[in-house]
Design a binder for this molecule. Structure first.
Ligand SMILES: [Zn+2]
Length: 289
């Protein structure tokens, strides 16, 4: 089946035509996040121009969402969006049924179905970039929880004396261990830190080492809660997974119960395509029951 899939981020939006698990066409543009709803929807439709032959469409979007009713409730990265019936609006414009899903959940499903966590009984996915998001797949199904709020791993409290979080509280995992937190501590963009570390810069390597240990601390909580068969790490910082891995393991060794310490922690296999592929998988599942 061919499906049309959108990924609506706070800075970038993408559209893709997916046949099975193959992306046959993909376009992207900056998200006019400060311009309100109309320009974003026009932009999404413009990206899909020429992507013909789809039988259904899906939108990966930042939470909080009401997946059942197709509503985006109040995404912090998009100004002026409140209770927007995005599925109905897009469905009307595209002439296709539209399914809405939380972006981290869609990526978790992509990694379960076709990525680094293929076939895992319990898969925990953590995406580490501007913030930290997560998705949990149990026996092939997303764990949604009440109001779809399961898997908000970024807001586990790690250190009550820690820095302020976007959510208004302090010491959340995201406030300590996201790419934004790394940038704040290192005084430069995470990409620059990673590049410097690759060039052997001692200060950059020390920042990544400390950062990996913080990630390991948060991941330990996830291992205790879910005992996953695999913990998959995606997002922009996973580009430095090879550099972070030893200190992530050290953080887990320090904070996790002995029985949990050998859980495989791996880099995401699908990279930026995880959400698009995961949504294609979810659409297929819906049509075939
Ligand atoms: Zn928070």
């Amino acid at each position: 089946m061919t499906v049309l899939v959108f990924d609506l981020g706070g800075t970038r939006m993408r559209a893709a035509l997916v046949e099975g698990v193959r992306i046959v066409m993909q376009t992207e543009a900056p998200t006019p996040a400060n311009d309100g709803i109309g320009p974003v929807i026009d932009g999404l439709c413009a990206l899909a121009r020429g992507m013909d032959g789809a039988g259904a469409a899906g939108l990966c979007a930042p939470g909080p969402l009401d997946v059942g009713r197709g509503l985006m409730l109040a995404p912090p990265t998009l100004r002026g969006w409140r209770d927007v019936p995005i599925s109905a609006i897009l469905s009307d414009r595209l002439g296709l049924p539209v399914r809405l899903e939380n972006d981290a959940n869609a990526a978790a499903m992509g990694e379960y179905a076709h990525g680094a966590g293929r076939g895992a009984g319990v898969l925990v996915f953590a995406t580490v970039s501007t913030g930290i998001g997560g998705g949990i797949v149990v026996n092939g199904k997303l764990l949604r929880g009440r109001d779809g709020l399961a898997g908000e791993v970024g807001h586990m409290k790690i250190d009550s004396a820690g820095p302020e979080c976007f959510c208004g509280r302090t010491g959340c995992f995201e406030a300590l261990a996201s790419g934004t937190a790394l940038a704040r501590r290192a005084g430069r963009d995470p990409r620059a830190v990673i590049a410097d570390a690759r060039a052997g810069d001692a200060a950059a390597l020390a920042h990544l080492d400390a950062h990996g240990q913080l990630l390991g601390r948060g991941f330990s909580n996830l291992l205790h809660l879910f005992a996953p068969d695999v913990l998959v790490v995606g997002g922009g910082l996973s580009n430095a997974f090879d550099l972070l891995e030893p200190s992530i393991r050290a953080g887990i060794a320090e904070n996790a119960m002995p029985a949990c310490r050998d859980t495989p922690v791996v880099r995401a296999g699908l990279g930026e395509a995880a959400g698009l592929i995961g949504m294609a998988h979810l659409l297929k599942e819906k049509v075939h029951g």
